[in-house]
Ligand binder design. Structure first.
Ligand code: F6R
Length: 265
């Protein structure tokens, strides 16, 4: 796992976006895994800037969202269908038909989950999976004690996750109780993982993910099992990392061929 500590939340977005940009340049029809929530917004802003200035072309890029609420109509402003359309598809100039979100409004939810897994497989798997982390250590909506062998399925949102996400809804009671989420095994299948976290509220989860034991009590710790995982955090989110100085030293001494500092355009 590579841990990159940068001074500001904006810089987190710029560095992580550089990783995604490299994948899209290498493969114009790359398959991205996209997260919702506040953490990846700076990545999408930076990618949109590059798309607007003609440095990157997302017209052939495919994408799979991590998760979706159950029970919200697809056109509800907080459904991840809507959020992904407004935050990712439109600003980056992606083709809506190439962007997939689990169907949380399906009559047969287990079937929708199976279909989603099949669609990811049929696309050849995810090249770069963008991730955030919940304060309780969840990735996707894989709440603590999720199986490391899990695939896309229905999950009950932890009460703390519902409370964290209440800011997006008119009332806390409006936050759905259930979701569909890619499983931890689905996420680990991606060829590359890029997780971003900003702010003190994430510091504990980041420390458990990076330096704690691999445990389903902290689903993010699954990243320790992945051969190509990068964690980009600001100083506040890094504040509880025991080996922070070592991560800084390592990043400062990266060989040229491993550099991706976003200064390439
Ligand atoms: C959302 C997702 C979640 C979020 C996490 C952090 O698609 O996968 O794991 O990344 O809940 O949310 P924010 O970024 O809003 O703090």
């Amino acid at each position: 796992m590579q841990v990159v500590i940068v001074p500001t939340p904006e810089e987190v977005g710029r560095i992580a976006a550089a990783k995604v940009a490299m994948a899209v340049r290498t493969r114009p029809d790359a398959v991205l895994g996209v997260a919702t929530g506040s953490s990846p917004l700076a990545i999408y802003r930076e990618l949109a800037r590059r798309a607007e200035t003609g440095q990157l072309d997302f017209s052939r890029v495919r994408a799979f969202a991590l998760d979706e609420y159950v029970g919200l109509p697809l056109d509800h402003p907080q459904s991840y269908h809507s959020v992904i359309r407004h935050e990712v598809v439109e600003p980056l100039g992606m083709r809506p038909a190439l962007v997939h979100v689990p169907d949380g409004a399906a009559a047969d939810l287990p079937r929708a989950c199976e279909d989603y897994e099949r669609a990811i497989r049929d696309a050849g798997g995810v090249d770069v999976q963008i991730l955030g982390i919940g304060a309780n250590g969840h990735i996707g909506f894989n709440e603590p004690t999720s199986s490391f062998a899990s695939r896309t399925r229905i999950k009950t949102l932890a009460p703390t996750t519902r409370a964290d996400n209440a800011r997006f809804f008119e009332s806390p009671d409006d936050v759905p109780t259930h979701c569909l989420t890619q499983g931890l095994a689905t996420i680990l299948d991606a060829r590359q993982l890029v997780l971003v976290a900003q702010g003190e509220a994430k510091a504990e989860a980041v420390a458990r993910m990076v330096e704690g034991p691999v445990s389903s009590m902290c689903p993010g710790s699954a990243l320790q099992l992945h051969p190509d995982a990068t964690v980009v955090v600001d100083e506040a989110a890094a504040s509880r990392l025991e080996l922070a100085d070592y991560y800084r030293y390592t990043y400062d001494h990266l060989p040229d061929w491993q550099r991706y500092d976003g200064r390439d355009g």
